[in-house]
Design a protein around this ligand. Structure first.
Ligand code: ATP
Ligand code: MG
Length: 567
């Protein structure tokens, strides 16, 4: 491609309100242009990057035996009624009527559609397993579309769905997809981590996320400093505590604790480690048709992980409850404890199983109970509620957990029969009995990946593409196109590189050299070859985008040198 003919509208203007480097640079370098909140046009350079990522995905899917399909974007709402998700999905699901008043939705994900494709067509275990995928536009009317391609309303997703006769076979495919996703991200040249994840609204058991490591990532990951263990903070576990503090010895009794409301005050008042205090966190759990107050109990040293809490009570969401409301309902904020407590559902963190020597609220203003033991309660519902912290023990080895930030670029789920059962998608097993398909689902954010590459690698001047994602690998800059020799040498190199199969762009614009180099850095081609004054000595220069290092090369040796660098 010749720069002089290309449509690459670079600009100095950053989009208003943009904070993320990928948002700023992809717009400034002419990869994308914004149409409206969360809606983007891909311009030629952006489309090239997108296609490169898609190609790697397609190759790895082909290798893994998955088959590409292309499903209708506009989806009949009945399918969403059948699965029951139309009520759960909320406002992110864009619904509309056609001229005949039929209700449709714009596909935010395609489980229902994909199940519908195989139902009544795949009827025997002999036709299984099957893995179908597509690379397709999705629409989610996100509440806060921001961060450019990172969180669009319209975006491109690779979504795959597999169908199996048994759970074992689904587990096998899940592992194969994890391996394929790993290869995709490796080929794209990204630093990433595969972590355990929460299964969210889509449901099912067992899920993993593929996280591109970047400071700007919206997700916090707890990762082990020694082994492969990593988890989204929403699902992170920890090993047994190594330094359990000394227990305070006290017989069970009621103690006056005037004004001692917080865990910190309580620990100080009794000179105990917060580990031996009981924290009560009151929340309102929101369900489809109702809401209720739930009290979550944890050790004082732990914090409530809200996603775990939502899952523990099967709610759509949990929100804070004000002290006034709690008081009006008969609770005593600051002194809430589990003994003789009425009027709310209680859930205890698993770290409290068998806990003794505890101090907890007495459900009476200015009083606490000491020497409380979990065994004193007639019944208690336990669930994992704690948030794993930096410094906690790894649940898998004797390493320690640390936090890092990640961008979710992929999510793979073991779905089981959560869609096939309600949608009555069944097959006949070996015994001739009808059973719902066992399913897996595998999503990858293709347009988000474009942004993730830049979040992971950029500098103050612009984008730094990996070799596999760069719109062009080499940019040949003719310093001054009015110099016939320079232009001629540039043209020759351009032709040679093209012949060698290198994706190359020739900057033959009648612009100043400095301006062209600024564009080169902003766009982020991995290699820029400068054909300039040194040509008279038979020399050109290679600039590597990652380091901005310059290497002088004899023009005759350019191709060989570049090929070696490219590897
Ligand atoms: P997030 O937690 O970031 O909202 P999600 O968990 O809702 O994502 P999934 O339903 O798992 O997303 O979708 C699969 C993949 O699609 C995600 O891993 C992500 O890479 C991508 N994706 C999801 N929402 C968006 C969006 N609004 N813009 C761009 N990519 C998205
Ligand atoms: Mg997800």
């Amino acid at each position: 491609m010749r720069f002089s003919k290309a449509y690459i509208p670079t600009t100095k203007e950053a989009p208003t309100g943009a904070v993320l480097p990928s948002h700023i640079f992809l717009a400034r370098a002419g990869f994308v242009s914004q149409v409206a909140a969360g809606l983007y046009n891909f311009l030629p350079l952006g489309k090239r990057v997108l296609k490169k990522i898609e190609r790697v995905i397609n190759e790895e899917m082909e290798r893994a035996g998955a088959q590409e399909v292309d499903l209708s974007f506009v989806t009949p709402a009945e399918l969403w009624e059948e699965s029951g998700r139309i009520h759960k999905f909320g406002k992110e699901l864009l619904r509309f009527h056609d001229r005949k008043e039929n209700l449709f939705v714009l596909g935010p994900t395609h489980e229902e559609m994909m199940v519908n494709i195989v139902r009544n067509r795949v009827t025997s275990y002999k036709q299984l397993p099957l893995n179908l995928y597509q690379i397709k536009t999705k629409f989610r009317d996100e509440a806060r579309p921001r961060f450019g391609l990172m969180r669009g309303r319209e975006f491109v997703m690779k979504d795959g769905y597999s169908f199996h006769a048994t759970t074992e076979d689904m587990d096998r495919e899940f592992d194969a997809m994890e391996a394929a996703y790993k290869r995709i991200l490796e080929r794209l040249g990204l630093e990433f981590r595969i972590v355990e994840a929460d299964s969210g609204a889509i449901g099912g058991s067992g899920s993993k996320e593929l996280m591109v490591i970047a400071d700007s990532g919206e997700d916090t990951l707890a990762v082990c400093d020694r082994c492969e263990y990593g988890a989204n903070i929403e699902a992170a576990r920890r090993g047994a505590r190594r330094d359990v503090p000394k227990a305070p010895e006290a017989a069970f009794s009621r103690f006056k604790t005037p004004g001692v409301k917080s865990i910190a005050d309580l620990a100080e008042f009794f000179h105990v480690d917060p580990y031996y205090t009981l924290k009560a966190v009151a929340k309102r759990a929101i369900y489809e048709d109702r809401d209720e107050i739930v009290l979550f109990f944890l050790r004082g040293c732990d914090d409530l992980q809200e996603v775990k809490a939502v899952n523990a009570v099967g709610a759509l969401d949990i929100v804070d409850v004000g002290e006034e409301e709690l008081t009006a309902k008969g609770f005593v904020p600051g002194f809430i404890g589990p003994m003789e407590l009425e009027g709310a559902r209680c859930v205890f963190d698993t770290a409290l199983q068998g806990a003794t020597h505890m101090i907890c609220g007495a459900n009476e203003s200015d009083y606490h109970l000491v020497g409380f033991e979990m065994g004193m309660l007639e019944a208690a519902a336990f669930a994992e509620l704690y948030e794993a912290k930096e410094g906690d023990a790894c649940p898998c080895c004797d390493g320690t957990l640390t936090y890092t930030k990640g961008i979710e670029v992929g999510h793979i789920f073991k779905l089981g029969t959560v869609y096939s059962a309600p949608l009555k998608a069944e097959f006949l097993n070996e015994q001739g009995k009808s059973e719902p398909f066992v399913m897996g689902t595998y999503g990858m954010g293709v347009s988000r990946l474009v942004a993730a590459v830049i979040e992971q690698s950029h500098d103050e001047s612009g984008c730094i593409w990996t070799k596999a994602t760069a719109p062009y690998l080499v940019n040949v800059v003719v310093s001054n196109v009015k110099e016939a020799e320079q232009l001629e040498a540039g043209e020759k190199l351009y032709a040679e590189l093209q012949q060698a199969g290198v994706e190359v762009i020739l900057d033959d614009r009648k612009e100043r050299f400095g301006f062209k180099m600024k564009d080169a850095e902003l766009i982020g081609f991995p290699y820029t070859v400068i054909v300039g004054k040194e040509l008279q000595n038979g020399m050109v220069q290679i600039v590597e985008r990652t380091t901005l290092e310059r290497t002088d090369v004899k023009i005759d040796a350019l191709l060989a040198t570049l090929m070696e660098m490219i590897g």
